[in-house]
Design a protein around this ligand. Structure first.
Ligand code: ZN
Length: 739
């Protein structure tokens, strides 16, 4: 009774408030209604945007016919092979290979040995399917139920397996990182399309075979790839000898190798192994008796990284190949740089990938030339005038063809004894001295028609402004006794100025063109990368007194324009790189910069031949018997650096000598720099395929009057042969000579 009463009274109270309550309720409903409607619209709009974006993504990936190749050799290779073109390759001979192995890079911590599926016990295959993808034999590459869940997890910022064996295979082959968020979804969608394509092209057995050979099973200490290497490493057995318990233990590793491997985390491994055995029983892959036996088996873990029942056919050769050569060091650096650029990854990651194997890197080395110049560089008699106990003088040598493909490089005079050692041809920045003249002053001046082969110029200094408003007579010429004011004030032909390496004409040309012009020419057209703002001045551009110097590789690279019609190609060691998939990820293009015209290049070449052929030419000691040579010597201030760059019909090459800590080279104790170049490279140059440069039709060979330097007329009594750009042929001499 009491209860009812109380209820009745409360009813009374509420009736009193009925009107106000109703208003509140209606208001609240209205607010909720608007909210619900807004929410509904937001969901619809967001949903539409999401679906549109997703559709664009999907269409984007669906369009690319993205088929992954499941290749036996490259998929498991521990080796990145550096290959060179076989000079004796015979396309008619089936035993002849177009490319030969120069060097193999391996990651010693990575173990991987290919086995065919027929050699992998069925219960190993079953264990993996039970653990990773129980519907593998039924689906078309994608298990949509699990994939959807996986995409949701990925969007929530978590990564979750959910990939089929097909998708995991693709992920392992492409090395594409699993990321969360939109990027992760993007990768996932790509993976779905690739998986469907792979399933169309390959059988389930092909895919499973590839998967079992490339799956990562390392314990964090050793990089174990594939079931054969894992059976070797964890159980000291060949995969054919593995039993059911061990098979399930291997399959248990896959999900989180470091946490679930049987060597360092046996208990964790056992938990998942037992779950897998249960799953195998459930799927009918093993009998009750096999299950019971495996559950009670005590695993024996060996953890022997050196146990290997099968070898890569190249493994022994690669194990005995010794240290990298000078060439290999450069090729590795370039390959890492190209992979990093093409894949958009750091150089550290690119290096790790390259050392993990599977790449083919095609290099432009001439193996015979490399061997020969290494030998010559180690022969003291090629450098010293007579035997003495002084071998601290350093040297570097490099040779390339006229597309900038490096054929040989040597970094010092003694045997290379460390990996990635400092290289005097590619790392050292040293003064090029007068070797800068052809590229900084003569070539751009001939290009601008400031002078011709036989223009007469006066051997006199320029008035160089000093900071205080006054000027000084500059520069002095070199002489046998050092630097002196030995200006002759004589008129000399352009080729004579160059042949004698006088400093005055280059200074006059730099004055006309401005130092900035030459600086930009070297930097932009000839790819000299070691120039500083302080180098855009007279002394650096006239006599090569640069802030740090040039790398011999770049100096020689710049000279290629004098042998190939003015074209500047990139200097490279690597022509092409293919990845584990056999896809070309880098190929050197045949692009070049036309630094100077073909005619300027040939006129320069002819003037530089005089450096060698004239009896007082600075490069006379390099003169060859059978092969034309255009060249320039370079001597830096106080004889601290001596350089020689030689341009022969097939190659451009150069040598540098100097001390590590810069000091004067006792030239009386050493051979002339031209002779040193010839000692190292002369034999090769004499046997080049071509022995002469070809004169282009844009150049005219004409007689000039030795009195005026102009084109000789019938009245001129003394003439010489000169070479002229057809667009800039000098006037004809009047024949009225004063002398
Ligand atoms: Zn004349």
């Amino acid at each position: 009774m009491e209860k009812v009463k109380r209820k009745a009274s409360s009813k009374k109270r509420s009736r009193k408030k009925k009107n106000t309550a109703l208003t509140v309720a209606v208001r609240t409903l209205k607010v909720f209604g608007t909210l619900a409607l807004s929410l509904f619209l937001i969901i619809i709009i967001t949903g539409s945007i999401f679906v549109t974006v997703l559709t664009i993504y999907v269409l984007n990936f669906a369009e690319t016919d993205d088929v992954i190749t499941i290749d036996k050799v490259t998929a498991t290779s521990n080796i990145s092979r550096f290959l060179y073109e076989n000079p004796d390759y015979d396309p008619e001979d089936p035993d002849s290979s177009q490319f030969l192995l120069y060097y193999g890079l391996t990651n010693n911590a990575r173990r991987s040995v290919w086995v065919d599926l027929s050699e992998i016990p069925t219960y190993v295959q079953d264990a993996y399917m039970a653990a990773e993808d129980e519907r593998f034999m039924e689906h078309d590459g994608v298990d949509f139920k699990r994939t959807f869940a996986s995409i949701v997890y990925t969007l929530l910022g978590r990564t979750q397996g959910g990939s089929t064996i097909t998708m995991q295979t693709i992920k392992n082959l492409t090395h594409e990182d699993s990321r969360s968020g939109i990027e992760g979804v993007e990768r996932k969608i790509k993976e779905i399309f690739r998986a469907i394509n792979v399933e169309k092209k390959y059988t389930k057995d092909d895919i499973l075979q590839c998967y079992l050979n490339i799956i990562g099973l390392g314990d964090g200490w050793q990089d174990i790839v594939g079931v054969q290497a894992a059976a070797n490493y964890y159980f000291g057995k060949d995969i054919t000898q593995i039993d059911i318990a061990e098979a399930a233990s291997l399959a248990a590793i896959t999900k989180y190798p470091v946490d679930l491997n049987p060597r360092t985390n046996l208990e964790n491994n056992r938990d998942r192994q037992q779950w897998i055995l249960g799953k195998m029983l459930e799927l009918g892959a093993i009998t009750d008796a096999e299950y019971e036996y495996a559950m009670n088996e005590e695993l024996v873990i060996t953890g022997d990284p050196d146990f290997q029942s099968r070898e890569d056919p190249d493994a022994e050769e690669i194990a005995n190949q010794g240290m990298t050569s000078w060439y290999m060091d450069e090729a590795i650096d370039e390959a890492v740089m190209r992979i990093s650029e093409r894949r958009g990854i750091s150089t550290e990651d690119a290096k790790t990938e390259l050392y993990s194997g599977g790449y083919n890197v095609y290099i432009s080395i001439d193996v015979d030339m490399q061997e020969k110049v290494e030998k010559e560089m180690q022969d003291n008699s090629n450098f010293q005038s007579y035997p003495f106990n002084e071998d601290e003088l350093q040297s570097g040598f490099i040779c390339m063809d006229y597309q900038g493909n490096v054929k040989a490089v040597v970094g010092k005079r003694t045997k290379k004894d460390t990996w990635d050692e400092f290289n005097n041809a590619t790392d050292a920045e040293r003064s090029p001295g007068s070797c800068i003249k052809p590229i900084a002053s003569y070539a751009p001046a001939v290009e601008q028609d400031l002078l011709t082969y036989s223009t007469l110029s006066n051997d006199k200094p320029i008035d160089l402004p000093k900071g205080d408003g006054t000027t000084e007579k500059w520069p002095v010429n070199y002489s046998d006794t050092g630097l002196s004011e030995n200006w002759s004030y004589k008129n000399l032909y352009t080729w004579q100025m160059l042949m004698r390496s006088l400093n005055t004409l280059p200074a006059q040309l730099i004055e006309k063109m401005t130092p900035e012009y030459s600086y930009n020419f070297l930097k932009e057209k000839l790819d000299i990368s070691t120039l500083y703002e302080s180098d855009a001045y007279y002394a650096p551009m006239t006599v090569g007194a640069l802030t740090t110097g040039t790398k011999l590789k770049e100096l020689v690279g710049a000279y290629m324009i004098f042998g190939n019609g003015g074209k500047k190609y990139d200097v490279t060691f690597v022509n092409r790189i293919t990845n584990t998939q056999g896809d070309v990820i880098y190929e050197k293009n045949d692009g070049y910069k036309q630094a100077i015209s073909e005619s300027t290049a040939f006129v320069m070449n002819k003037m530089m031949q005089k450096v060698v052929t004239e009896s007082i030419g600075t490069g006379r000691y390099a003169k060859l018997r059978n092969t034309q040579l255009a060249a320039k010597t370079g001597t830096s201030n106080e004889w601290k650096d001596l350089s020689f760059v030689g341009v022969t019909p097939d190659y451009v090459s150069g040598v540098w000598i100097g001390y590590k800590v810069q000091e004067q080279i006792p030239t009386t104790q050493y051979q002339n720099i031209g002779a040193i170049w010839k000692n190292i490279f002369g034999d090769i140059a004499e046997t080049e395929q071509h022995h002469e440069f070809t004169m282009p039709s844009t150049v005219a060979e004409m007689n000039y009057c030795t009195k005026s330097g102009l084109i000789a007329s019938e009245r001129c009594t003394s003439t010489e042969v000169g070479y002229y750009k057809r667009t800039n042929i000098p006037e004809t001499c009047s024949g009225s000579h004063f002398s």
